[in-house]
Design a protein around this ligand. Structure first.
Ligand SMILES: [Zn+2]
Length: 208
């Protein structure tokens, strides 16, 4: 699996583009700068199969509709508990001082226990609430790559002070779900450098 991280928006959100050797591709959390993302997908000659979303914060979903319109593919995820955040996208744009993003909904909600195929990956869905109520992670066990949005960062954890946030839920999602994954699983987080489960178990000051 090829993985390219494309930071987008003023928040430097890690949009991930993944593809296999047949150029079947998926994009995870296209948070903004739609033209840049569309341009890169076309430059690489990829066949985009799906748009995957970890949660409904503006910096993760802001370009999803434009990418969808351009390539005619569906938006999958997160879990339905994030519906209120999709409804509030215009307010989120105002609050963050970004151009207005109109409210939309994904074509398909995803749920813990489901497995999806996209971009050459086979992803197990984990529900990881606490940063937002419907937050999910896309876990590719064979390729040892987990796309987990704003739950666990290198040396840090996701914010829980935004609408629907819950600190206790976040800590238990990390301890009881992410920390059950193999230590060498690579965590591709929504912001900052990638890390591994083992590294965070040993070093993350929020999880000692
Ligand atoms: Zn977020």
């Amino acid at each position: 699996m090829n993985i390219e991280i494309i930071p987008v928006t003023a928040f430097q959100q890690n949009c991930s583009l993944i593809w296999d050797d047949e150029k079947n591709a998926a994009i995870i959390d296209p948070g903004g700068e739609a033209e840049k993302l569309i341009g890169r997908i076309e430059e690489l000659g990829l066949n985009l199969e799906a748009i995957l979303l970890t949660h409904a914060h503006l910096d993760h979903v802001g370009a999803a509709e434009q990418v969808k319109q351009h390539f005619g593919v569906e938006i999958w995820g997160p879990q339905e508990e994030d519906r209120f955040l999709f409804d509030s996208l215009p307010e989120q744009s105002q609050r963050f001082g970004m151009p207005t993003i109109h409210a939309f909904l994904p074509d398909r909600w995803l749920h813990e226990g489901e497995t999806i195929h996209a971009g050459g990956g086979i992803f197990e869905i984990l529900h990881l609430p606490g940063h937002t109520p419907g937050h999910i992670g896309f876990i590719e066990k064979q390729k040892k790559a987990a796309f987990t949005g704003d739950v666990l960062f290198q040396g840090s954890i996701g914010r829980t002070d935004l609408p629907g946030g819950n600190y206790t839920q976040l800590i238990s999602a990390i301890r009881e779900k992410l920390f059950k994954l193999n230590g060498d699983m690579i965590i591709i987080a929504g912001h900052g450098p990638y890390t591994t489960i083992e590294h965070e178990k040993t070093n993350n000051p929020f999880l000692k």
